[in-house]
Design a protein around this ligand. Structure first.
Ligand code: HGY
Ligand code: MN
Ligand code: MN
Length: 416
């Protein structure tokens, strides 16, 4: 078979239909999705994905972290497989495309290869990584992190959600503990298609993001302890108010990120107030600081400044202050050879494109530690994500998947 020409395209209607069907599982309340990891909805989505993979003639393997690997054989069984995929779990108020486009786009690539009878030397594996979001069980990218040797499986299995449920028990409860040793699989390469989750591609009028780097991240969980007391009868000078401390630290996080512009972000997204009663001064607050930058020096400086600020605020207010690292990865540089293939695929297909740094974290950021890895991005409307109103166009979804198709065919080596 001649090398696939620029006219080779995926089946956009079939991809869009699969995205729509998956979005019906774990629906949100405003048109998006709430398919949080290790919930019954996650399991239902996994079963649908597994059925589709079986229909496409793929062989499914599952590891002890619930990572799913659906294999299409190559002509050379000794050749290491080319992996492509992302995640099916969503935020509690997530969109339909974050992660899901990467998994179902990869499946569409295989479906298109089947339609055309394309053979490749390397096997191809479509992947669903468990718990990319880290919304229910911190940290994010937990299972790809175990696969890459960043976290131990014991650490991952012991993670708890806000209700105290334990990761390992929930994975067993939904019946997705596989028999493969996590991390045993070796990869020739890994490619991840993902929506940008930011405004750059749309603003620049580009259809494809060629992802050269990913920014680094710290998640710092801060616990402030003060004293529960009556909001009415306690004089202001007698209060030990953990809620006030959280508010002041949240403001400092914003100021620190703004002081490191450009290429620095910071916010507090999750706050648990105790006892969380209208007329009780909070005696305890637990909240997570999320700071990120593509520049190592800025990331390290922001972490140090946030920790100093937290302890200073706690001292001012007479609060106890404990800080735990619950998530971290350094800025990522993706494989230059694969980046070039992605860029050439976009050019061959005639799609406008630009190099871009990923603002969000992705499973590819960890897999990049153990195999040559790259990402392909498509725009999303107004750059909005982690919001039920997340939206992409069918054309953007198809373009990103077309580029994934051509890049994977190049890397997996089309034969006869
Ligand atoms: O947090 C992140 O960047 C990813 O969406 N889990
Ligand atoms: Mn994602
Ligand atoms: Mn996400």
């Amino acid at each position: 078979m001649p090398a696939p020409g620029e006219n080779l395209r995926i089946n956009s209607a079939r991809l869009w239909d699969s995205l729509d069907q998956m979005a019906q599982i774990g629906p949100g309340v405003a048109g998006g999705c709430n398919r949080q990891t290790l919930t019954d909805a996650d399991s239902e989505g996994r079963h649908l994905f597994a059925r589709w993979c079986a229909d496409a003639g793929l062989t499914m393997g599952v590891d002890t972290m619930g990572n799913m690997f659906a294999t299409r054989p190559g002509t050379d069984p000794a050749a290491l497989p080319v992996y492509m995929g992302s995640h099916l779990d969503t935020q509690p108020t997530g969109g339909r495309y974050d992660g899901v486009l990467g998994v179902l786009g990869a499946l569409e690539v295989v479906r298109t290869m089947n339609d055309l009878g394309v053979k490749t030397r390397h096997p191809i594996v479509v992947t669903n990584w468990t718990n990319e979001e880290g919304a229910r069980f911190a940290p994010a990218m937990l299972a790809s992190g175990v696969f890459a040797g960043i976290h131990s499986q014991d650490y991952a299995y012991a993670r708890r959600d806000t209700e105290g449920k334990v990761f390992g028990e929930e994975l067993a409860r939904i019946g997705w503990v596989g028999d493969e040793v996590v991390g045993a699989r070796k990869m020739h390469a890994m490619l991840e298609l993902h929506i940008e989750q930011g405004p750059i591609l749309e603003a620049e009028g580009k259809t494809i993001g060629v992802v050269t780097h990913g920014q680094g991240l710290w998640w710092l969980e801060i616990t402030l302890t003060g004293k529960d007391a009556h909001t009415g009868s306690t004089p202001m000078n007698m209060r030990v108010n953990a809620g006030l401390g959280m508010a002041r630290i949240t403001e400092r996080v914003h100021q620190i990120a703004m002081s490191h512009q450009p290429n620095a972000v910071g916010a507090v997204g999750q706050v648990k107030v105790f006892p969380n009663s209208r007329n009780v001064i909070p005696g305890k607050v637990v909240f997570t600081v999320d700071i990120r930058s593509p520049e190592q020096a800025k990331l390290d400086a922001m972490k140090a400044e946030v920790m100093r600020a937290a302890h200073a605020v706690a001292k001012e207010l007479g609060l106890g202050c404990e800080i735990e690292d619950v998530g971290h990865f350094d800025p990522v540089t993706f494989d230059p050879g694969l980046v070039k293939i992605v860029r050439q695929s976009a050019e061959k297909l005639g799609y406008s494109h630009m190099d871009i740094v990923s603002g969000a974290g992705h499973d590819a950021c960890w897999i990049n530690r153990v195999a040559p890895t790259v990402m392909v991005m498509c725009p999303c409307v107004d750059g909005l994500s982690h919001n039920e109103a997340e939206e992409i166009s069918p054309e953007w979804a198809a373009a990103g998947t077309d580029v994934l198709l051509h890049a994977v065919l190049e890397v997996a080596e089309v034969v006869g």
